[in-house]
Design a protein around this ligand. Structure first.
Ligand SMILES: [Zn+2]
Length: 255
């Protein structure tokens, strides 16, 4: 199993988080930065665990910061993925204007395209704006992480070759719309993730969520799809390798 989006560096013990995941059958994870300190922590972690897939980027919550140093960092460090990036328009008055968020997103998408790197996208109440941003950068590939929108909203992303990340919300009985999306989505476009420690699931709440809880997500998704969890995990691993590269098949070891 591969956790396609998490934040190991937000755990008190990132290496312990990775090792306990591996004991639970989660071979590897994509660990994502989101602002300058977390990007630095992710890079430091990669020096300890060289085969660890990493993402570097500027999250929309931090889009008041200068994006230029982040772009330079990505160029220099060559992560496996650009992100976490995206748009967040939740609430009556979003923390930052759409214009500002769009500027930061646009700059990162442009770089991802130039470096031919995939992106991991955060979208909250902003799916149409995310779609129009992506349309300005044809050829950029990636995943909508922790997707929670409707099937209709997802369609154009699938048409554009995007993947969807299914997270812990799938384990909730009340998540009917997400269940419909998860049943309808093409099997070759689904990734699984924990977004640990941020997003809860039926058996554990933030901040206690860990990549080791990924099997619970796979189990819930397998039940919805009427599949064997092992078979489903193999398919989502293949999907992650197609999007993020063969590195995701390695078992990262602490040096
Ligand atoms: Zn995240």
């Amino acid at each position: 199993m591969f956790d396609s989006h998490c934040h190991l560096t937000d755990l008190d013990d990132p290496l312990g988080g990775l090792l306990s995941a591996q004991s639970a059958g989660v071979r590897s994870v994509l660990t994502c930065g989101y602002d300058p300190p977390s990007n630095a922590a992710v890079i430091a972690l990669r020096t300890r665990v060289p085969d660890l897939p990493i993402a570097l980027g500027l999250h929309p919550w931090f889009a008041h910061q200068d994006v230029a140093p982040i772009l330079e960092l990505i160029e220099r460090q060559r992560p496996d993925v650009v992100g976490e990036l995206g748009l967040d328009l939740w609430g009556d008055t979003p923390m930052l204007s759409l214009d500002r968020q769009m500027h930061v997103l646009d700059a990162q998408l442009q770089l991802a395209r130039r470096l031919d790197l995939p992106v991991t996208v955060h979208s909250r109440k902003a799916i149409d704006a995310v779609l129009s941003a992506l349309r300005n950068h044809p050829g950029v590939r990636g995943a909508l992480h922790a997707y929670s929108g409707s099937w209709e909203q997802l369609r154009p992303f699938l048409d554009a070759g995007f993947y969807l990340g299914i997270g812990g919300a799938i384990t909730r009985d009340r998540a009917r719309r997400l269940h419909r999306v998860a049943r309808a989505a093409p099997l070759d476009r689904i990734l699984v993730e924990t977004d640990s420690p941020a997003i809860g699931m039926d058996i554990v709440e933030p901040p206690h969520v860990r990549p080791a809880h990924l099997p619970r997500v796979v189990e819930a998704l397998a039940r919805l799809r009427g599949m064997d969890p092992t078979e489903l995990a193999a398919v989502t691993d293949d999907n992650a390798a197609r999007l993020f590269g063969e590195k995701v098949r390695a078992t990262p070891r602490v040096q």
